[in-house]
Design a protein around this ligand. Structure first.
Ligand SMILES: Nc1ncnc2c1ncn2[C@@H]1O[C@H](COP(=O)(O)OP(=O)(O)OP(=O)(O)O)[C@@H](O)[C@H]1O
Length: 237
């Protein structure tokens, strides 16, 4: 791999759920500061497996992963929200902040701002186990934004969010990218991905089928230069 400044680099030779049965192969993926790379592929293509491999959650892995590098932070926003049943929304935020060594004063101001942004201020002392799916997803996003990481890894963020929350999320993400954070995002929402991503990694059957800018993807797909991401996706998968 060339020697650019990356917040995330992965060169996965193979990874899978069972020994000698790779689910994904030869996945090379790089995210530079300020970039938003879309990880795109049909159901079962291997997007979540790729993310799990990057996060170190897979046991059968052969390859090289550099997540953030020295002293860099990452935040992972899973597709399925994860929370503690007996902790309130505010307690979740507090726990995340303490785990990452964020100062109390700085934490409270930022947490209040994010709650307001995602219209969850009134639910501050409620239990996320009673929230709707979209509200639980907002909690995951608030925790990620609270940490101000160098890299965001977001697994399919658009499914549970309403249009207003999606807009708020994208606006916050844009600010984070201006700060220098990089983003890896898996999604099926191709028109949004086409509009916001600076680069793409398209996977099918566990391997990369196209990679780079939208023009690179059009090229790999043998599509015309006005082709949409959806058309390229269709041609490649
Ligand atoms: N825990 C698991 N154990 C065994 N096989 C798994 C496991 N999770 C996923 N797989 C298999 O790995 C392959 C890739 O699945 P993965 O979840 O990575 O796909 P995906 O691209 O994220 O799909 P989707 O868009 O549906 O979320 C699939 O064939 C799936 O059946």
């Amino acid at each position: 791999m060339e020697n650019r400044d990356f917040v995330l680099r992965a060169a996965i030779k193979e990874a899978g759920y069972e020994e000698d049965k790779p689910t994904i192969r030869q996945i090379v993926l790089e995210v530079a500061p300020g970039e938003l790379v879309g990880l795109i592929g049909p159901n079962g293509a291997g997007k979540s497996t790729t993310i799990k491999t990057i996060l170190g959650l897979m046991t059968h892995v052969n390859g090289e992963i550099m997540l953030g590098g020295k002293n860099k932070r990452y935040a992972y926003v899973p597709e399925q929200p994860i929370f503690y049943e007996y902790m309130t929304l505010w307690e979740h935020l507090h726990l995340a902040a303490s785990a990452f060594g964020i100062e109390e004063r700085q934490f409270a101001a930022k947490a209040e701002e994010l709650l307001e942004r995602f219209r969850l201020t009134e639910e501050k002392h409620h239990y996320p186990s009673h929230f709707s799916k979209g509200m639980q997803q907002k909690l995951m996003l608030i925790i990620a934004f609270l940490l101000e990481p160098d890299v965001y890894i977001v697994d399919e963020p658009f499914v549970g969010l309403d249009p207003r929350a999606t807009t708020d999320f994208l606006k916050l993400l844009e600010g984070e990218r201006e700060r220098g954070a990089g983003v890896l995002m898996s999604t099926h929402v191709l028109d949004t991905a086409e509009r916001i991503c600076t680069g793409f990694v398209l996977i099918n059957n566990g391997s990369v089928v196209a990679r780079g800018s939208l023009d690179d993807v059009r090229n790999d797909a043998g599509c015309a230069k006005e082709a949409t991401l959806f058309e390229c996706f269709h041609a490649l998968t």
